[in-house]
Design a protein around this ligand. Sequence first.
Ligand code: PHE
Length: 457
Amino acid sequence: MLQTEESRPTFGSRLGIIFATVGSAIGLGNIWRFPYMLGSNGGAAFLLIYLLCALLLGLPVMMAEFYIGRHSKRNAVGAFKVIAPDKKWSIIGYNGMLAAFFILGFYFVIAGWTLEYVFQALTGSLGDKSAAEFRVEFSNFSSGLFRPILWTLLFIGFTHYIIMTGVKNGIERSSKFLMPLLFVILIALCIRSLTLPGAMTGIDFLFKPDFSKINSSVLLSAMGQAFFSLSVGMGCLITYASYFDVKTHLQRTAFEVTAIDTLVAVLAGIMIFPAVFSFGIEPTAGVELVFITLPNVFSQLPLGALWACFFFLLLAVAALTSTISLHEVVTAYLHEERYITRKRAAVYVSLGVTVLAVLSSLSFGIMKNFTFFGLTFFDLLDYVTTKLMLPFGGMLICIFTGWYIDKNVLKAELTNRGTVPFYLFRLYRFLLKYIAPVAIALIFLNELGFVNFLKSL
Ligand code: PHE
């Protein structure tokens, strides 16, 4: 059945809104992707640029997405059709929807890995091994044919089930205590990691920037990571904000989500890097960094298997609240704009994503040498989404909201019709109109070689 304007669901309480949005933001991006990106991009300098990008680009884009979503009460594509009769703006929505689909295509693989680790912890096979042994185990597992794919399929199944049965409420309610629990475990693991021998080398790596390490690729990686981690640039938060009610304080919600998400990423760094250096693991290890480092930390804890089990279970839940939000972007679009039932829309999305996810998983094993532009299928999906589609979408969202939308309309929405103040509105609009699009464009052009090209003229 299609929804009418009135029957469109909304999120219940203020906390429900925050938790759903934080649930989308916090996920593998913070705990798996952030440390490995930081490790491969020179350490503290990356952190600094990441923080700047989150504050100066991610936060403004998030607020703009909130405006677009709540103002239009539509999915990522429909929103632009409602607000801007000029058709070309819907390209932002299409770009975002496609990005969501591609992200799911690699995200589900890593999400599947978290389940394998829960399983290993439960069956006691994680155990007490040397760092080198953990690494071999991981590589045997991830390059395998069936096992990783089975976990991935299971994860797709969970996500599909929740999207179909609409037990989102249950997920929101349970994430209200599961996410704080993840936070507590994260802090405990930070403490354990910080008290390992040689931990300070890791802290230096994380917090003492070496500015000579900054180059165009570090800039683009940090910007892409900020967008990815905050779930912005692809309409996910447009879709969620379309379920917000009129009283939701958009500015405050955006601040809180950005702050919590960034804090979790930094904590993940504090949990991983002291251990990386203490166990002699290469910070540049790449996608496997977290999966080979954490088992070492658990093996140094009393009841290590229990910790491991809890941690990976909570990480899986964090990933689940993110996959739900990604799936919802595409499902809501198909349902509302293509007029197919929600159930059928969800089935199409899940099936399509399964194909991508299986190929991504195989690209760690038998399809390893099957590369495009030197990237495996998994890396290609990651690159195209985080480094191209999200920043591109973010840039267009800034231009759209800054230049196309009437400033009084924008202000009215962001201040709930004048009932809450927005002291920095002029600065905000200046950021949207000039700073953010120019900064994103420069980072793009720099990485794509245009700046060097100009210099050489
Ligand atoms: N922000 C999520 C994470 O950090 C991933 C995500 C990206 C979710 C884009 C929705 C949209 O894991």
